[in-house]
Design a binder for this molecule. Structure first.
Ligand code: CA2
Length: 144
């Protein structure tokens, strides 16, 4: 049985498309999910968002056994959560860290990502369509 790709989203991303469109665009998270499903084609995909650190960590634990790979936009937990980094270190499958905005173009507090210390690839600044690119990239990593 083919294991699904897990696309996990952190805090405040449920508000995507509803504020700060100059940074994050006008695409909603529901539309991002559709873009991901289109890009995944027949490959199964689990798409989730939470505002809670504990929930995000529990989903990473679930993905250890259940996922073929993870695309994660940890939002603010990127810069704060050693617990999330520790959970991701337990994952053997490929992990792509994704940000809608280019975090390196922003204030210095957005420059140090704990998650990047585990991620196999980091994508930032491609807007909401970056998710579709990330799904295609992950499928290539799984094929290769
Ligand atoms: O660019 C990204 O994808 C971010 O991970 C989004 C996070 C931010 O903390 C990171 O620095 C970069 C969350 C931003 C706040 O949430 C919003 C959601 C929708 C619209 C505006 C803000």
């Amino acid at each position: 049985m083919v294991k699904p790709i897990y696309v996990l989203n952190g805090p405040n991303l449920n508000r995507l498309g509803k504020r700060e469109p100059q940074i994050y665009g006008t695409t909603t998270l529901a539309e991002v999910e559709s873009l991901c499903r289109q890009a995944a084609g027949d490959h199964p995909l689990v798409f989730r968002q939470t505002n809670g650190e504990e929930t995000l960590i529990n989903w990473v634990h679930e993905a250890i056994d259940e996922a073929s790979g993870i695309i994660i936009n940890p939002a603010a937990f990127t810069f704060t959560s050693l617990a999330l980094l520790d959970a991701l270190k337990m994952v053997e499958a490929p992990v792509i860290e994704l940000h809608i905005s280019n975090i390196h173009k922003r204030e210095p507090i957005y420059h140090r990502s704990y998650v990047s210390m585990r991620a196999d690839a980091v994508m930032a600044g491609l807007g909401p369509r970056g998710y579709a690119h990330a799904v295609r990239a992950l499928l290539e990593m799984l094929d290769g």
